[in-house]
Design a protein around this ligand. Structure first.
Ligand SMILES: C[S@@+](CC[C@H](N)C(=O)[O-])C[C@H]1O[C@@H](n2cnc3c(N)ncnc32)[C@H](O)[C@@H]1O
Length: 269
C-alpha cells in the first residue's frame, strides 16, 4: 500500500495526537515487545470467555476495531476465524498487511486503514475487540462514537471486549516516570514516559521519549481520558450494550478489583 490515507475527516488536526504518535516513533517495536508478552494470555482468554469455539471457527467472525499491527488479529486469522482489522495508522496497517502476506493469511484477515469512530466492517460480526488501550484518545463524544460503532458492528447478542487501563490503580500508584528497555539486546530502545495528571480535564498526559541504539531520539505526547469502570459501563449502556462482566486481567480472568492490572469489560450487543 502506498501512502494510504485514512477514512478520517480531520487528519491535519493537531489535537488528534495519535495520528502522528504511532507512525513517528518506533512503536512497532514497543507493541512487539510489550504486547508480545501477553499475547498468549489474551488468546486463551478469548477462547475461554468470548465463545470462540474452535470447532465452529469458519462461521465465527471477529472485528478488531483498532488492530495496530494485528498482534491479535493475525493469530486469530491463523486459527481459522474470519477477522476484520481496522486502524488509523498507515504504517501499522502496512506492517499488518506485510505480516499477513508472509503468513499467507490474506484470505482470513481483511485489513482496513480507517477511523474506528466512523468505520464499520462489511458484515456484522460475532465478536468485536478493542484491546490494549486503543480507546479514550479523543474528546468524550468522539470516544462514545467508537463504542457506538463497536455496538453497530455486532450481530444481535454478539460480544464486545474492551481492554482499558485500570485508572483506580494508575491513580493510587501514580508514577511520574516510567523507563523501559525494549527491542533486541543488540539494538535496544529506551522508552521514557513522563506522566502528568490533568484533573480538571480528566486526562492522563504523557511525554514519550524513544532513544534508539544509534542515539536517535523521538519525542511525542499522548493524552488519554481517565475513565473509571462506572463511567465506562454507563457509556457502554448509553450506546446499547447490556450484560456486563468485568475482569481484572487476561491471565487469570479474575473479577475486576480496584487494584487489578487492567479493566476488561465484556458486554453483549
Ligand atoms: C496501543 S495501540 C494497540 C493496538 C492493538 N489494539 C493491539 O492490541 O496491538 C493503539 C492503537 O489504536 C489505534 N487507534 C487510535 N485511535 C484510532 C481510531 N480512531 N481509529 C482507528 N485506530 C485508532 C492506533 O493507531 C494504535 O494502533
Amino acid at each position: 500500500m502506498k501512502n494510504p490515507k485514512a477514512n478520517s475527516d480531520a487528519s491535519n488536526s493537531s489535537d488528534k495526537w495519535w495520528l502522528s504518535f504511532y507512525q513517528d516513533t518506533p512503536f512497532i517495536t514497543y507493541l512487539d515487545t510489550t504486547h508480545g508478552e501477553d499475547q498468549e494470555d489474551i488468546l486463551n482468554f478469548l477462547y475461554n470467555h468470548c465463545l470462540l469455539d474452535r470447532g465452529k471457527k469458519q462461521s465465527i467472525s471477529i472485528f478488531d476495531q483498532c488492530c495496530g499491527i494485528a498482534s491479535i488479529s493475525l493469530p486469530l486469522a491463523k486459527e481459522g476465524f474470519k477477522v476484520y482489522g481496522a486502524d488509523i495508522c498507515p504504517q501499522f496497517i502496512q506492517e499488518a498487511e506485510r505480516r499477513a502476506e508472509k503468513l499467507k493469511l490474506k484470505d482470513n484477515l481483511s485489513l482496513q486503514l480507517a477511523d474506528a469512530t466512523v468505520y464499520l466492517p462489511p458484515e456484522k460480526v460475532d465478536l468485536t475487540l478493542n484491546l490494549y488501550t486503543s480507546f479514550g484518545y479523543a474528546d468524550h463524544q468522539t470516544n462514545l462514537k467508537m463504542l457506538e460503532k463497536a455496538h453497530q458492528s455486532l450481530k444481535s447478542e454478539g460480544i464486545f471486549l474492551l481492554d482499558f487501563p485500570n485508572f483506580h490503580l494508575v491513580l493510587s500508584h501514580f508514577r511520574k516516570h516510567i523507563v523501559r528497555e525494549i527491542g533486541p539486546s543488540d539494538a535496544p530502545i529506551t522508552v521514557i514516559r513522563e506522566a502528568q495528571l490533568s484533573p480538571l480535564e480528566g486526562r492522563l498526559k504523557q511525554t514519550w521519549t524513544f532513544i534508539e541504539s544509534d542515539g536517535k531520539r523521538t519525542r511525542q505526547e499522548s493524552s488519554l481520558a481517565i475513565y473509571l469502570p462506572d463511567r465506562l459501563l454507563a457509556m457502554l449502556k448509553e450506546v446499547g450494550f447490556k450484560e456486563f462482566t468485568v475482569f481484572g486481567d487476561f491471565k487469570t480472568a479474575a473479577a475486576y478489583q480496584t487494584d487489578s492490572p487492567r479493566l476488561i469489560i465484556q458486554a453483549r450487543a
